[in-house]
Design a protein around this ligand. Structure first.
Ligand SMILES: Nc1ncnc2c1ncn2[C@@H]1O[C@H](COP(=O)(O)OP(=O)(O)OP(=O)(O)O)[C@@H](O)[C@H]1O
Ligand SMILES: O=C(O)c1ccc[n+]([C@@H]2O[C@H](COP(=O)([O-])O)[C@@H](O)[C@H]2O)c1
Length: 282
């Protein structure tokens, strides 16, 4: 079951989602790992989900970590980025997308804040919930704290070298105390992206994309504006949700400050190419 968020949820009735967090590992030698992907997810694409699978494989074969859970954390509405629809919609799309996953959850905590929260604070929240309140996970040799790590694409990590985007103290705090799993991304030179992050290289794990996927939320929004199909680029329930709520229309329906009504113009299935004749039109 997904950890769904009701539209009226506030921080007062927020509960940390734990239903997909594994609370015990069998190995005494491995360190339990929880992956946190922070981002806009406007909308979530299949690559966002693939990042978790790639990271889990990487951890299994190349590290002494054992993944016990993973979370998508959407930025709140205060993050003024082009193409950002309301947090409520982004969280709902993420929740629909992970319905079939047994281990990826959506945590609405970050997005429930009206003010922007830096990623360091978001990671602190997971540390507090998982290691502070829950006390970590059971192992054959007693309870162990989980390692909380940021999961990000190479473009995000490159912004850490761009002056003025991140506070230097936050970069140090995140990479020293948590660390990051970085997925290579077409268009980003990974060596260049990591060049200023050498002091923390032991806490950075770079994951090669063995099947290159250059998808981005920007391209999905562009396709939608051009009335092109987004099917098989984002999960089917997300395609349907976008259509039903009229998100990413030219008029910015569904974006912060708009009430986003469904456009209901197509006779094709949601998200399907308009170039395909519908059977009822014959
Ligand atoms: N194709 C991709 N390859 C590697 N990482 C990716 C890819 N798409 C998204 N990511 C990563 O997913 C995380 C969340 O990204 P975000 O929500 O900004 O998606 P995006 O597709 O980059 O969005 P936008 O196009 O709106 O900038 C980031 O760490 C980003 O680097
Ligand atoms: O904490 C910071 O200072 C900081 C600076 C830049 C970006 N971030 C986070 O990085 C993510 C970037 O997402 P996006 O969609 O802009 O690629 C998002 O979760 C931001 O909150 C965080």
């Amino acid at each position: 079951m997904a950890d769904d968020m009701s539209p009226d949820m506030t921080l007062d009735d927020y509960e940390f989602p734990t239903s997909r967090l594994r609370r015990r590992i069998q190995s005494e030698d491995r360190t339990p790992l929880v992956l946190i992907a922070c981002g806009s997810f406007s909308p979530l694409t299949f690559l966002h989900l693939r990042m978790f699978e790639m990271a889990a494989d990487y951890a299994r074969f190349n590290s002494s970590f054992e993944v016990v859970g993973a979370y998508l954390s959407c930025v709140g509405d205060a993050y003024k980025k082009t193409g950002l629809v309301k947090a409520e919609h982004r969280i709902n799309m993420c929740s629909l997308a992970v319905q079939q996953s047994s281990w990826i959850s959506v945590d609405p905590w970050e997005a429930l804040h009206s003010e922007y929260l830096e990623t360091a604070k978001v990671l602190d929240h997971f540390e507090e919930e998982i290691n502070g309140k829950l006390g970590g996970v059971e192992t054959p040799v007693g309870k162990k704290k989980c390692r909380i790590c940021l999961l990000a694409g190479a473009d995000l990590i490159q912004t850490m070298s761009t002056p003025g985007v991140w506070a230097q103290a936050d970069i140090d705090y995140i990479l020293r105390n948590f660390g990051a799993f970085i997925v290579e991304r077409t268009g980003t030179d990974i060596d260049e992206a990591l060049s200023t992050l050498q002091p923390w290289k032991d806490n950075i794990w770079v994951i090669q994309q063995l099947v290159q996927n250059d998808i981005s939320s920007t391209k999905i929004r562009l396709f939608l504006r051009r009335d092109m199909s987004i099917r098989y680029l984002v999960p089917e329930p997300v395609v349907a949700y976008i259509e039903e709520n009229g998100l990413y229309d030219d008029d910015g329906a569904g974006s912060t400050g708009s009430d986003g009504k469904g456009k209901g113009k197509s006779t094709n299935a949601p998200g399907e190419s308009g170039g395909v004749a519908s059977s009822s039109a014959a």
